[in-house]
Design a protein. Structure first.
Length: 737
């Protein structure tokens, strides 16, 4: 059977094929001629950028973006993926780190034949940005805050008082921000600071400076009487250990003051006060605040003058038939006459009552005297005043009060009692004994005691009533080195009870540091305790004002041993501060804030090997004499005294070994040998004369040595390129990132 198509069918199929071929060729030609490539840089930072590529039409051979720092030599290429749609847009990262503030050139080309689609364009990366600000500046501390652009990720932040030698440094790493508290600083001092590139003297920006405030003090004399004064001080935070000094001669304040009060601690408002008693009336006194830490007077020496004898009388607890006269006296008066009555005093036409009130000469003294018996009259005015028992001169003005009407609620009267032979002995660090003798009805008399003059604490819950006769009260749980005030009063009928304040001061307890052994990562403290200390707390840390605390268990046998860095090793070559305080109140200091400095990292050979050890210079620098790195083998597995390997034979050390071998073969062996052979070939060439054989031989030696040396150097470069691709630092070659 004949399967061939009829003749006219074959003609039709040929025509269809020809038309299809022509249409396809036209379409391809049309798309190629309509190719359009647009390139623009986007998302430009200090170290990166991206190319946004827009393509219309079919680009034969593909598209590539060539770029570089030199417009004539665009040596870097970014390939554009094949375009599946028309038109298409790509955003392509450059892929390598750029240099800040640098101009780069780029151009779109055909990836196959290198035909340029458009001319060369350019863009510039952003400048590096760095801001360092000193904030929260006090007399002893400050905070350095660093803000930087993305290309700056680390550096050495240095500061100090000498701009030519910044002696404090902290290596920091950050993204865009870092905050570093620094201290302790000195008050009234200018500090310079800057950020340097790691391990270099090259600054990222100009050096800046700030000045700490000077130490401040507000010192005043208040509540001045004939025999006493309150000295009040408000200080800046840098003043911690200080004392009040007072004397009648200003020149004695700095060297040998007659009266000194050591301030245990300033309160949360940095304030402290103390009342000096036993002064002389109408006398000029000088006073000042002495900084125990610096051994200097803070601010200026001030003065005040005590008053003449003072007697003040006020009427209190007034009822319908009674009243009390409260008498305050200051000076050298032993007694004062008190007159009172219904008539104006000193009016001889009328009668008045008079009694003599005994005083305590040489101190401020208060006493409450009930008026009557007989009872006072209802709704009646009474006058009162105090007079000198010798000259009959009145002290102050005449006072007046008026009794209440019928029905006024009274306070009652006090049981009469007296006490004498009062003693506070013995006095320890946390205990004291108050003893004496009472007469009269003292069945409800108790002792009220406090370390704050204006806030008395009732100890009746754990001390018995005094009763009549001899009494002895043991007080416990007191604070060391603390002044206590106390008075004896009737708990049932306090109105009318004479009140006289007494005081005593507990002894100071202390800690003696016997030894402090410091290494690079630990410090061992051995201390002895005085009587009265059963437990202590250690506060310590790198920052002078921000301590960590650790309470020690009950100490025995009058001492303890504490190891800093037992759980977490200390940082070598670093300042640390510590203090020993009361475990319940850190403001009660047994041993003041003290500084110690850890040693630089020290190295030694394990037992059985020679003791190489570190060599520490006079400037505190550490020599690595004896460590690995002096020969071909770069490590010795050395450990420091804390068991930490500081010179390990690890994989980076193996890479360093390969580098050492290559350096030896190329630079120590091949290079001198090549020089000798070159010299021999040169000699052979110069002496060959008409001998063509020797001349050819010399040329052959030249070329063979040159080619061999180039091959050796190429091998070194190839290995270095491979190592760089694996992530090794090409600067040191053997150091792993």
């Amino acid at each position: 059977m004949n399967m061939r198509a009829p003749h006219h069918h074959r003609i039709l199929l040929a025509a269809i094929f020809a038309v299809s071929t022509l249409l396809g060729a036209f379409s391809i030609s049309n798309r190629a001629s309509a190719t359009s490539v647009e390139v623009s840089p986007v998302l430009i930072t200090q170290t990166s950028a991206q190319f946004q590529v827009s393509i219309s039409g079919y680009p034969p051979g593909g598209v590539a973006i060539v770029w570089g720092e030199n417009s004539n030599t665009l040596s870097n290429t970014v390939s554009v993926p094949f375009c599946q749609v028309d038109p298409c847009v790509f955003t392509l990262p450059i892929g390598v780190a750029l240099t800040p503030n640098t101009k780069y050139f780029y151009q779109a080309k055909n990836a196959t034949d290198g035909t340029s689609y458009k001319g060369v364009n350019s863009f510039t990366t952003l400048k590096s940005e760095l801001t360092i600000v000193a904030e929260s500046i006090t007399q002893t501390s400050a905070t350095l805050k660093v803000t930087a652009s993305d290309d700056i990720t680390s550096g050495d932040l240095k500061w100090g008082t000498d701009p030519e030698n910044l002696d404090h440094s902290q290596t920091i790493g950050f993204t865009t921000f870092y905050s570093l508290p620094i201290g302790p600083l000195s008050p009234g001092t200018t500090y310079h600071y800057a950020l340097y590139k790691n391990g270099t003297d090259e600054k990222y920006a100009n050096m800046l400076a700030f000045t700490t405030p000077k130490s401040s003090l507000i010192l005043s004399a208040e509540n001045i009487t004939a025999v006493g004064v309150d000295i009040v001080a408000t200080v800046s935070p840098d003043i911690i250990h200080a004392e009040f000094r007072l004397d009648e001669t200003s020149s004695h304040i700095a060297s040998s003051p007659s009266r000194v009060y050591s301030i245990p601690a300033f309160d949360s408002e940095h304030m402290a006060s103390w009342r000096f008693e036993g002064l002389s009336k109408k006398t000029k006194y000088f006073y000042a605040l002495y900084n125990q830490a610096t051994g200097t007077i803070v601010g200026e020496i001030k003065s005040f003058t005590t008053t003449d004898n003072i007697v003040e009388v006020t009427a209190t607890d007034i009822t319908e038939t009674g009243a009390n006269l409260t008498i305050f006296a200051s000076g050298d008066l032993a007694a004062v006459n008190i007159r009172w009555g219904k008539v104006i005093l000193n009016d001889t036409s009328g009668a008045y009552e008079e009694f003599t009130a005994p005083l305590e000469p040489g101190q401020d003294f208060s006493i409450i005297i009930p008026l009557g018996p007989p009872e006072l009259l209802l709704n009646t005015k009474y006058f009162y005043a105090a007079y000198d028992i010798t000259t009959d001169v009145r002290y102050g003005d005449v006072g007046i009060f008026e009794t209440g009407k019928s029905g006024t609620v009274g306070e009652g009267t006090a049981n009469e009692f007296t006490y004498s032979d009062l003693k506070t002995d013995p006095i320890g660090q946390t205990t004291a004994t108050i003893s004496g003798k009472t007469t009269g009805d003292a069945s409800q008399m108790k002792i009220f005691i406090s370390s704050n003059f204006t806030d008395s604490l009732d100890f009746s819950s754990h001390t018995p009533t005094l009763g009549s006769g001899t009494f002895s009260i043991d007080l416990t749980g007191l604070k060391p080195s603390t002044l206590y005030y106390f008075y004896i009063a009737n708990t049932i009928a306090p109105v009318g009870t004479p009140i006289k304040f007494h005081s005593f001061q507990t002894k100071n307890i202390f800690v003696t540091v016997d030894s402090l052994e410091v290494t690079s990562t630990k410090a061992t403290l051995k201390a002895s305790l005085s009587d009265g200390i059963s437990a202590v707390k250690i506060v310590w840390g790198k920052d002078y004002h921000e301590f960590t605390t650790e309470a020690l268990p009950t100490v025995t046998n009058g001492g303890f041993t504490y190891v800093f860095g037992l759980n977490t090793p200390l940082t070598p070559d670093t300042n640390y501060y510590y203090a020993i305080v009361d475990p319940t109140d850190i403001w009660v200091t047994y041993y003041p804030v003290t500084l110690f400095h850890t040693l630089p990292t020290d190295v030694y050979i394990p037992p059985g090997g020679p003791d190489i050890g570190p060599v520490v210079g006079g400037d505190g620098s550490l020599s690595t004499q004896g460590l690995g790195g002096g020969g071909i083998v770069p490590c010795q597995n050395l450990v420091d005294r804390n068991g930490v390997t500081v010179d390990p034979c690890n994989f980076p050390a193996f890479i360093k070994l390969i580098q050492n071998v290559m350096n030896f073969l190329i630079f120590d062996l091949a290079l001198p040998l090549a020089a000798l052979i070159f010299a021999y070939a040169g000699f052979l060439y110069l002496t060959s004369g008409a001998n063509e054989h020797n001349r050819s031989k010399a040329k052959g030696i030249f070329w063979k040595v040159l080619v061999g040396f180039i091959i050796a150097l190429s091998a070194w470069l190839i290995v270095k390129a491979v190592m760089m691709g694996l992530g090794y630092d090409t600067g040191t070659f053997y150091t792993f990132y």
